[in-house]
Ligand binder design. Sequence first.
Ligand code: A2H
Length: 257
Amino acid sequence: EGVEPQGYTLIKLRIHDDHIPAILKTHVTSSTNGVYLAAATLRPETMYGQTNCWLHPDILYVAFETRLHGILICTRRAAQNMVYQEFTHIYGQYTILAEFLGSELFGLPLYAPLSYYETVYVLPMMTIKEDKGTGVVTSVPSDSPDDYAALMDIKNKPNLREKYHIKESMVLPYDPVEIIELEPDGRLAAPTICNQMKIHSQNDRDKLLEAKEKIYTKSFYDGILLVGKYANTKVSDAKKTCKVISRSNDECVVALV
Ligand code: A2H
């Protein structure tokens, strides 16, 4: 797991222009189409429920210029995979414009496409794997037990916030958004299952694995979307359409990473 490239939807979370890191600013011209964190997801239909973006503090991320998608930030491994999928001007070639540890990007404000929240922030998640996806994860705590547990950690632990210079205002106002109805778990499947199973933190690995298995397939086959263009359709049906939309939409793109 995690070594072979897999087809994910990449969600482009745009860094607010006035917060673009200084060392990237010199590369941003009027023709640059924004600077984005490229998050890999298997659940693009949950974009409405994004509350933040996760990076691992100690993973190294690179920024590189693409042909159609502005400057993207992700792991070097993921960038290398994209270079062979016509993401860059010259097939197989790319230039790294800057490198960052995840911890250097914490607290940056982002626009997350379709999210209920106008601005979301970059926050730390300790369980991100370097060799999976892009190393960037968009957080949907309503439907992902991992995201919910990590959000509870950063909300409930002032020491963790202090360590990474995260302000209260970047986490406390952000609550899970009701986006999918799942009987009998209701409209917040991940918080419900985490509370039932007494999952207290992102470090409860075994329990989280069990929680994910319990709701993941169920959400796909039985979940009903509550919001957006596909409100009142089943997740499994909306997903087919979402995939097609992603390809023509400048907010996300499908890639093997
Ligand atoms: B999913 P698979 Cl709402 N390290 O997106 C840890 N986790 C990562 C990752 C990495 N490097 N890259 C991606 N992921 C997460 C949404 C979501 C996801 C929901 C519900 C379940 C879910 C919002 N986060 O995944 O091992 C991303 O979280 C449960 C399987 O390739 C991505 O999709 O199967 C998922 O794990 C990919 O995991």
